[in-house]
Write a protein that binds this ligand. Structure first.
Ligand code: MSP
Length: 520
């Protein structure tokens, strides 16, 4: 079976985490869980970016050392991963000594290649971006991304010969049209490369908080070079065997568009220079916005998802993220739309479907899922539709179309609800049409079982409850999922998403509602 390596950006610890960080981590987790269900070996990496100007400034403002500051903040980022129920295999900190040593070896390799030289730099620096800007790139003299005023910096630096990689990068893009996805982000990155690449400064003389340049202790390595290398360094020291051989090159680096240039241009050039393969894909999702603007700590307009997660659990949040905003595009989020979706789609559509199905099986069949006389898929009016949904949703997840997959899955949720109305099992019971009633109840249980497989990447906790209610809790381990991997242990294998796999003699378990309605 194949391997799959997915990463999130490593987040800056200058301030506390917000919904944007939770979003990318959740997206990567959906993808990681799905690939484990497919039976692949998965490595899922997230972590924190702890060096650089902006972290140093945050620490100074608090009157503590950058190290103390980072040590205090990292817990909050680990907590985000835990709160959204992320199954990351490792959490990297760029202050890990193993990472620091690896970064030094990496830049030595680039230097041995002849790609690093000494020069001097002067320019306008945005410390929120940790990047230089030219006058033309500013908007009214302000950083286009943060709306803050950059500061003038001038220093002696080491430079990386990025210009030498322009042709090779362009060639790589042309040969791999899905290197960056979605397509418009690929076009953006390629056209940037085609406009010509300047060499970049990769060290800082005035900054203390960073990894020393190995051949010149007076300088520290530019935080972006330090940070990008995490995707590779982690595989050298995270627990596990032969991680580098098994998981490099990465399958997907996931992020928003703010850091596309670093990942789409600088990172592959550094890898070429140091002699490593390039990642297979970058996936660039959109921004979650509040009041029409990108949320950011620097702008101070952030939505705090943690009270919602505290109250309703991680699954409604995970669901909402990809349902409300089309994954890959920008979109607005807010508490009101969260509650509306929760009530209509989770409480009504999914929650009710499960509770009415389980309660009818209890009422009419003493809780035992009946086996209809004709169990061939052709015997059910739902089988073809359910089969199509499973295949389409799988393809969409494979293609990173997380919202498309949820749309598809919801077609089945709605179809099952309509089926209850059409069949009206209460009438079948009244008229004594026992075989029709068996078929209806079986179809509902089977449809829900199938949904429990498809929903697992998005709502793992909900799926556990659904499968308990359906009497399938013990059956979960039977899948071919990467059952041994981390918290994915209860994952039903994706190959169970086939109509007609309901074991015989299963007894449902009654219980409270999956998603109690939110009353205002
Ligand atoms: N430390 C760098 C990344 C280094 S990766 C080698 C950094 N950190 S960050 O804390 O600013 O995180 C940026 C990332 O957080 C975005 O690319 C995106 O993944 C996520 N998001 C931050 N705000 C977001 C939104 N408002 N909406 C969606 N994603 C957001 O950049």
């Amino acid at each position: 079976m194949g391997t799959f390596y997915v990463t999130t950006p490593i987040y800056y610890v200058n301030d506390v985490p917000h919904i944007g960080h939770a979003y990318t981590t959740t997206a990567a987790d959906v993808v990681a869980r799905f690939h484990r269900q497919r039976g692949e070996e998965v490595f899922f990496l997230t972590g924190t970016d702890e060096h650089g100007n902006k972290v140093e400034q945050a620490a100074t403002a608090r009157g503590i050392s950058p190290r103390e500051h980072a040590d205090q903040m990292v817990g909050k980022f680990k907590e985000v991963a835990r709160k959204v129920d992320a199954t990351n295999d490792f959490f990297i900190r760029t202050t890990d000594p193993e990472h620091e040593a690896f970064v030094q070896r990496f830049v030595e390799r680039c230097r041995d290649r002849g790609d690093i030289f000494e020069g001097s730099y002067s320019g306008l620096y945005c410390s929120a971006c940790e990047a230089y800007y030219t006058e033309e790139n500013l908007v009214d003299g302000l950083c286009p991304d943060h709306g803050t005023e950059p500061t003038f910096m001038e220093e002696k630096n080491y430079f990386f010969r990025l210009s030498a990689y322009q042709e090779k990068l362009a060639a790589h893009y042309r040969a791999h049209p899905d290197f960056v996805r979605p397509r418009h982000r690929y076009n953006e990155a390629l056209s940037f490369i085609e406009q010509g690449l300047d060499d970049i400064s990769i060290s800082r003389a005035t900054l203390k908080w960073g990894i020393s340049v190995p051949w010149d202790e007076s300088q520290v390595i530019y935080v972006w070079v330090d940070a990008l290398i995490n995707y590779l360094s982690a595989l050298h020291y995270a627990p596990g065997d032969d991680l580098l051989q098994r998981f490099w090159p990465a399958s997907y680096h996931m992020m928003a568009q703010d850091i596309l240039k670093f990942h789409g241009i600088i990172w592959p050039a550094l890898l070429m220079s140091a002699g490593y393969e390039l990642p297979e894909h970058l996936f660039i999702h959109g921004y979650l916005k509040l009041g029409g603007e990108k949320m950011s700590k620097t702008r101070g307009n952030v939505m705090d998802p943690f009270p919602l997660i505290e109250r309703y659990g991680p699954d409604p949040f995970r669901f909402y993220c990809f349902r409300e905003v089309n994954f890959g595009q920008d979109g607005m989020v807010g508490e009101e739309s969260f509650k509306a979706r929760y009530n209509s789609e989770l409480a009504n559509d999914l929650g009710n479907l499960l509770s009415r199905s389980v309660s009818m099986i209890g009422k009419y069949r003493d809780g035992v899922v009946p086996m209809p006389a004709d169990r061939a898929p052709s015997g059910s009016p739902l089988a073809a539709e359910a089969g199509r949904v499973a295949v389409t949703a799988g393809d969409q997840l494979e293609e990173m179309d997380l919202s498309g997959a949820l749309d598809t899955i919801w077609e089945l949720v709605r179809r099952l609800n309509r089926y209850v109305e059409e069949q009206a099992p209460w009438k079948q019971a009244k008229t004594g049409d026992e075989s029709a009633l068996d078929a209806t109840l079986y179809d509902l249980a089977e449809g829900l079982r199938l949904l429990s497989v498809l929903l697992y990447p998005f709502m793992p906790g909900t799926v556990t409850v659904m499968r308990e209610r359906l009497g399938l809790a013990g059956a979960a381990a039977g899948g071919t999922s990467g059952a041994a991997v981390g918290q994915g242990a209860t994952a039903p294998g994706w190959d169970e998403a086939v109509w007609g796999r309901m074991p015989e003699g299963v007894t449902v378990v009654q219980g409270g509602s999956l998603f109690p309605r939110i009353e205002e």
